[in-house]
Ligand binder design. Sequence first.
Ligand code: FE
Length: 205
Amino acid sequence: MAHDHEHDHADGHSELDETELRVRALQTVLEQKGYIDPAALDEIVDTYQTRVGPRNGAQVVARAWADPAFRDWLLRDASAAIASLGYTGRQGEHMVAVENTDEVHNMVVCTLCSCYPWPVLGLPPVWYKSAPYRSRAVRDPHGVLADFGVTLPPGKQVRVWDSTAEVRYLVIPQRPAGTEGLGEAQLAALVTRDSMIGTGLPRLP
Ligand code: FE
């Protein structure tokens, strides 16, 4: 499986970190004991790595930008609005959408572990699961945003949402200026993964 943190060296060998070694060891034992079917496991991993990802969330955001009725529904009942586009499944059963405005910027973290809305964003990036992000997002959200290269207008409030096993958040970024003539597909192309976590802003057209 392709890992974004499995680094290849110039001499061709690749190095696994301790967590990856433990995962592989555990997987081998479970397979040998017959508890898991490697093909089924590959299928799950492939689903979340290639077929379910941030493009799903981008479609949701683009629809919200283009269709005020859908936006209202999304803010009222995100789980139902998102399911209407076909994005359902594990780790997305109870979704809440939070909308960025001129006054407020929203950012999502899971301080306890790595809860993340899989059906709309796929698997969480490595930094999302890291201890520094999880602790600093709450203590110093402006500092974290600066690290991500995000500068907000002075006076804008940052609201941090702590994901749990029950509730997963999707940030609806502000629609960039100059996108009035764009269709949903073009709008979706502007929506980055990080802009839906709140650690980034959408691309400009
Ligand atoms: Fe978590």
